[in-house]
Design a protein around this ligand. Sequence first.
Ligand SMILES: NC(=O)c1ccc[n+]([C@@H]2O[C@H](COP(=O)([O-])OP(=O)(O)OC[C@H]3O[C@@H](n4cnc5c(N)ncnc54)[C@H](OP(=O)(O)O)[C@@H]3O)[C@@H](O)[C@H]2O)c1
Length: 174
Amino acid sequence: MRVIFYAAITANGMTAKTDGNTDWVSPEDFRSFSTTCQKIGSIVMGRRTFQEYQTLPPQQYPLPDGLTIVLSTTRPDLSLPGRNVRVVAEGPSGAVKIITASGLSQTCVVGGHTTWASFAKEGLVDEIYLDIEPYLFGQGMPLFLPADFEYHLKLIETKNLNSQTLQLHYRVEK
Ligand SMILES: NC(=O)c1ccc[n+]([C@@H]2O[C@H](COP(=O)([O-])OP(=O)(O)OC[C@H]3O[C@@H](n4cnc5c(N)ncnc54)[C@H](OP(=O)(O)O)[C@@H]3O)[C@@H](O)[C@H]2O)c1
């Protein structure tokens, strides 16, 4: 299973303000994010991120077709009209099992920071996309909830998504 992380971050590595606000993310980030998710064909997200998508217009969902796995121990009932959503209580290894059983060999972990940390702790990360927006705030959610892991990365590509947003694409050295 190839596991790819995708995150939009501020210049100081934040993914959301304390109240969950992400309105500093550019439209070009969303386009690149959505294109990448569609190429990969399946996504994994945490219950809180999924519940935010439930409140957004359908065109803001990054994977119109394909499999969405939501990690949750509290809400097995979660769903979204027109989307193929499976809720998994067993964490990253449970998500990988279902994706593999669906005949897929890769997935995009789209956050938030609790979910990225869960995968990173279990050694389940092969590539990382970071879209860096020209913004700073001091209080909020960094890329990872504190957890015990360490990786060496190789920078594969850098790309300007617009004149202000830089994308870094890393591969995990194993
Ligand atoms: N900048 C970006 O690219 C980006 C991307 C995505 C999200 N975000 C932001 O991130 C914020 C949400 O992040 P978050 O860290 O608070 O929440 P999250 O990762 O979206 O969801 C956390 C929840 O997922 C479930 N979960 C996570 N790991 C699990 C595991 N190992 N086993 C079972 N369940 C697990 C748990 O649900 P239960 O409590 O139900 O068990 C947990 O409470 C939102 O504000 C969102 O806007 C930013």
